[in-house]
Design a protein around this ligand. Sequence first.
Ligand SMILES: [Zn+2]
Length: 196
Amino acid sequence: MFTRGFKSWCENVSVQLRREMDLEESAPIDGYQLAKHLGIQVWTPRDIPGLDQECLRTLLHIDSDSWSAVTLCVGPKDLIIINSSHAPSRQASDLTHEIAHTLIGHEPSRVDVTPDGLLLLDTYDRQQEEEAKWLAGALLLPRIALLSIMGRRLDLKVAAKQYGVSFKMLTYRISVTGVETQYSRAKRFSKRASGR
Ligand SMILES: [Zn+2]
């Protein structure tokens, strides 16, 4: 499981980044803008110099289900290559997931080229994957955004669209953060306080 304080650290990072980007604390965040703010380059396979048409076809059509995104360390900068053939909400979550790895400080994949020209990628371990998944969720939908969605009684499908995430991601965040309980408790309290 996560180390103590990890989840609140994620919430803080999410709010802090919004502040730096002049966004409301509960506002939707765009993965591409976030990457730009952090100085991380984002490419699609079409941006890879010298990649031949056959490779492109494989990455974006024939075998496009086999990968989501990958982070590479190019010189001093991180570079994320995102699978642009996936739905925008999936790209948003994959991109944010990769950014999350970087923010936590996980070492990006090392690319090795074997003598016969095969590319080998190091992958993250399971603990790192869990951490990135949690932080990505907190970046896209921090608790304060979830509470705002509930406070405004937004239809969840509409809210998912507003935040550029899938419906599944939104309901996942609502359930794992326990904001529903927090929200109804706060509502009960304010009713009591106002004597209703
Ligand atoms: Zn990952």
